[in-house]
Write a protein that binds this ligand. Structure first.
Ligand SMILES: [Zn+2]
Length: 308
């Protein structure tokens, strides 16, 4: 069966705040022709520079994946890239008027919703996959990270996280087919440990933080006064630590939502290969640095073949 490339039927926008800059901005997905791929366009900058969503343009992976070229950058692209891959969108031009993708609720849910609203159009061109023909793996011993991909007819992932923490130990998430992305993976929100949040706040590295944006794990005992201080910083009513070590009033969508979110991040980062992949990924303690290094390694070894 031949699969066709796709794009969006009509343009669609998502507005919201950037997590790190705190700026409000607007992002619009536009339809694009076959073999265009995914590109970002900074419409707030002179000359409206384009940035191809490709692994060679990754310039930073601290607290999110950032791409840059032509003198422009876009931060935190991974949840949008995951939504595009998860919805099987091959071609789109993503215009944005700030340097960071809106964080929304820290998942891919709102991007998926926008793509669904716009509709998906098939193009008169065959979809090309990156077919994995041999096992490829990467290890980062200092982070106890290992990622491997092996040949498969589908794109599937098995992701295990282990923060060696009382409140967030080993947890695994599985996706057997990209068809599962929308319901099982796309709503899964990002998470953070309270001690990281304190560091980010004190160093002015997080501004758009709203406690709705992330699941916050508290892995050490804190006096209520400190929790209240954080709540005040976020302009929220006072918050408490729930029994499962989660700070705010969120309830998890899934017991393993954090592992599912790391799986979501991997889908987004691997889509920087520029084409959908066929292969089974097994990952232990992945992260944006490891994911993008792994994508670079695959990029060096792949042969692109047309789906039959
Ligand atoms: Zn993420």
């Amino acid at each position: 069966m031949t699969e066709r490339q796709t794009t969006l039927e009509i343009p669609v926008s998502v507005e919201g705040q950037g997590l790190h800059t705190g700026t409000m901005g607007k992002m619009t997905f536009y339809p694009a022709p076959a073999n265009h791929g995914i590109k970002f366009k900074r419409i707030d900058l002179e000359g409206q520079p384009l940035i191809d969503a490709l692994i060679e343009n990754v310039i930073s992976t601290s607290r999110g994946t950032c791409i840059g070229s032509n003198g422009a950058k876009v931060y935190t692209i991974e949840h949008v890239m995951a939504a595009l891959r998860g919805m099987n969108i091959d071609n789109a031009l993503v215009e944005i008027n700030m340097e960071e993708i809106p964080i929304k609720d820290g998942s891919s849910k709102y991007f998926v919703k926008a793509i669904r609203e716009a509709g998906i159009r098939e193009l008169d061109a065959e979809r090309e996959y990156i077919e994995i023909t041999e096992n490829i793996s990467i290890e980062i011993p200092e982070k106890k990270t290992r990622i491997e991909i092996r040949p498969s007819k589908r794109f599937s992932l098995n992701v295990t996280i282990d923060f060696e923490s009382r409140v967030l130990g080993e947890q695994t998430a599985v996706m057997d087919d990209i068809k599962e992305f929308q319901d099982k993976i796309s709503p899964c929100r990002t998470f953070v440990f309270l001690h990281e949040l304190e560091f980010l706040l004190k160093n002015n590295l997080i501004k758009g933080g709203d406690l709705n944006n992330a699941i916050v794990f508290v892995n050490h005992q804190l006096p209520q006064s400190e929790i209240d201080y954080l709540a005040d910083l976020f302009h929220k009513p006072r918050v408490k630590v729930n029994g499962n070590g989660i700070l705010n009033n969120l309830s998890l969508y899934f017991d393993n939502e954090p592992a599912r979110h790391k799986l979501l991040d991997m889908i987004g980062d691997l889509y920087l290969l520029g084409k959908p992949i066929k292969g089974h990924v097994t990952a232990y303690r992945p992260g944006h640095h490891a994911n993008t290094e792994f994508a670079r390694l695959i990029s060096d070894k792949i042969s692109v073949v047309t789906n039959d």
